[in-house]
Design a binder for this molecule. Structure first.
Ligand SMILES: [Zn+2]
Length: 161
């Protein structure tokens, strides 16, 4: 179970409005991102929900591939999990010329200790002054907070404001 969760997969499906690339598992030196650079004729939407971890070799392999995606292509990243958001905040140009459209933030409730990964739209945060919109706890209804420093976690939002 653990090994299948961690193994790297990349799948491309042609949807009506875009080619959707679903990446999951661990991105390391063995991650083959070739399918990504073969696209670009149609909009590309990269779905990253399943990415567990990216090591330093993986960052290099990833950026080599991202740079080879045609600059003219419409490149969007959706459902970016915390390991991807962390890289976007640390590594300049991590998404190439692409746009990070939506992401997960690890939210906790100080009141009842509930923890959830909540999906947010980058545009909504931008319109909210670079902050997350109010997220009520599903258990007790109190506002939740990022299980991290919100300012640091949302650096990538303000970078492009
Ligand atoms: Zn709560």
């Amino acid at each position: 179970m653990a090994s299948s969760r961690n193994s790297f997969t990349i799948d491309v499906t042609a949807e009506a409005d875009a080619d959707v690339v679903t990446v999951a598992g661990v991105i390391d030196e063995n991650a083959d991102l070739t399918p990504l650079i073969q696209l670009g004729a149609r909009p590309i939407r990269v779905h990253l929900r399943g990415v567990r971890r990216i090591n330093s070799f993986g960052v290099r392999a990833w950026m080599d591939s991202i740079r080879r995606v045609p600059i003219t292509s419409n490149l969007t990243f959706v459902h970016c999990p915390p390991p991807v958001v962390d890289q976007c905040n640390m590594v300049s140009g991590f998404l190439g010329h692409g746009t990070l459209a939506s992401f997960y933030a690890p939210m906790t409730c100080a009141e009842c200790d509930e923890q959830i990964d909540q999906l947010f739209e980058t545009e909504v945060c931008r319109a909210n002054g670079g902050k997350l919109p109010l997220t009520p706890c599903p258990r007790c209804g109190r506002p939740m907070e990022v299980d991290d420093l919100e300012e640091q976690y949302l650096l990538f939002v303000r970078d492009t404001m």
